[in-house]
Design a protein. Sequence first.
Length: 194
Amino acid sequence: MNARRDTPQLTPQLCFSSGTLRDFLRLSRSSLDDSISQQLNALVRPSRQGFDPQSTERLGPRSMTHTIEPQACASFKDKILFPTWQVRTEVLNYCAMVATSPDPDDPDTALREAESEKDRQRIVDERLDPYSGRFFPKEPRTEMLASLVRQERTVENIVRMRTWGIVQERCGESPSSWDAAFEAWSKNKSRPSS
């Protein structure tokens, strides 16, 4: 999986198309985080001694806790895991910025203004109809986008915590959190090489 190749073009249309945005995030998560155990299994080197027939005498599943060589783990994190997370972070940050920017192209602006004008002209008598005072204007698409970004950031945090737990278990890493490891990688990546 090449994270840069899989980066969608960052445009407001990507963000405002909630289906497209969700599909990108879902596919990115399923191709890496949802299959993290299989990804890590691919890093385990085959046995150097060959097949041991006595290994089949044990009943029950083998423990999957055998660690992976540190170089293979470091390479996986630096070249696959963190770059993929970085792309998703960039997309969510961009969409959060779009959600807080003015939206002159909102197709529902005229409809919301008409609804507001109609509401101002309504006569409300809550004694006759207790529900007559209720008015639920259509939410601007920037507010809907902001809500979606908040939801997806929560999901992203949960997915990364789960993925990082498996990586730590299989790679024998120190007990740092995913965000500390990701931040350290980001800082190292942004330093110019000498």
